[in-house]
Design a binder for this molecule. Sequence first.
Ligand SMILES: Cc1cc2nc3c(=O)[nH]c(=O)nc-3n(C[C@H](O)[C@H](O)[C@H](O)COP(=O)(O)OP(=O)(O)OC[C@H]3O[C@@H](n4cnc5c(N)ncnc54)[C@H](O)[C@@H]3O)c2cc1C
Length: 421
Amino acid sequence: MSRLRHIPRRTAGAIDVVVIGAGHAGLAISQLLSTRGVEHVVLERGEVANSWRRERWDSLPLLTPNWQTRLPGSAYDGDDPDGYMSVSELIRFLDDYAANTKAPIVTGCEVTSVRKVAERYRVTTSQGTWNARAVVLATGACNAPSVPKAASELPAAITQLTPFDYRSPESVPEGGVLIVGASATGLQLADELLNAGRDVTLAAGEHVRMPRRYRGKDIFYWMTHCGIHDESYTEVEDIARGRRLPSPQLVGSSDLPILDLNYLKDRGARIAGRFMRAWNGQAQFSGSLGNVCALADLKMQRLLKLIDETADRDGAPAAETFAPTRVDDDPVLSLDLEKVNSVIWATGFRPDYSWLEVDVLDRKGQLRHDGGVVDSEGLYVLGLPLMRRRKSSFIFGIEDDARDIADHLVGYLTTHLRRAS
Ligand SMILES: Cc1cc2nc3c(=O)[nH]c(=O)nc-3n(C[C@H](O)[C@H](O)[C@H](O)COP(=O)(O)OP(=O)(O)OC[C@H]3O[C@@H](n4cnc5c(N)ncnc54)[C@H](O)[C@@H]3O)c2cc1C
């Protein structure tokens, strides 16, 4: 291990490890590599916490409570552990973490290609070329909004936005809004636009319903306390499906017991089924809304029942009940697009590996990896949904994953160095 060393090296050249991305995942692995004495650099195309600076809307609060904002060696220590940080507070937290850990970051350094050349990775960037023994992809799971192909069928007069374009209700032209997608993003934007007096239709496909608080605690407390967040990827029955699950219908606020379709309907939103296509001046929706909602209700009840076992043992306050999702007998199947001036695609996000020239992507463009160990020796990834644990894509989930990956990486480097000498 004597050749493993931590010398911050910010100029291009030969190096042991390149970490790509300075979001929370890149910063966490950098800190763990430093404590293990591994020479590395973190290459970031923008600034620290770039995604939070450039790709989130103004009013977004974190949906994880403050006590869960923690990274290796550092945790939230303010006076509101049960509150929810704003984006600017999180940026400050990550900036401070980068400074305190002295992470060797090169900002404004875009990685344009990663190739395997002999036993090393050639990392080409806007600031030169690094030749690394190992590379950690910490570029995030949400680099681009996923927009369905049917978007191209909408009339040109309708403004189309993604959550990357949306900042506040003022970013949306006056008039009716169709929001497609009923996960955290879709529901939060619908709520904000209703508050601004807009006419909102929400198209809901498969979604994950859960209350913000249950039996006196935040739902994330229970999910962690009951071991759900720690469930390993090896124990999940249908891992491909688990990794595709939409984000839960939550907002970081304790004002509202549950942000769900019932609440939005009561506030005047029109709820339709999954958006299918635009045809003949009409948006057309699936008639399966009733089934989709019944399934979401059933899964929420299962989750709450699981929590009850622990909550009963802990002597928590009595269980609350939540009304089933109300679906009209005659659901909205089409909407006259004359009444819609804009469509917001809250249909999820995807990673972007367009610069990765190593043969590690499957037919769907997803990385082939086993718990973050990518299918090419010396290549690793962090921060993907259910990557090693249910909590993998959350800030509080990174520490355990990053530790596992750092340990694997050190083992790999030791072998690599032995082979090279
Ligand atoms: C709307 C939204 C809300 C969320 N809310 C929460 C929440 O409340 N709590 C929670 O725990 N999680 C939340 N998440 C999930 C997750 O924590 C964030 O997505 C988080 O930003 C992921 O961190 P990361 O470090 O993996 O990736 P990112 O934060 O996306 O960081 C990746 C970095 O890589 C850089 N990069 C990408 N490509 C390149 C390249 N080619 N060259 C150089 N640099 C590159 C980017 O600029 C970026 O800085 C949320 C996600 C979204 C989308």
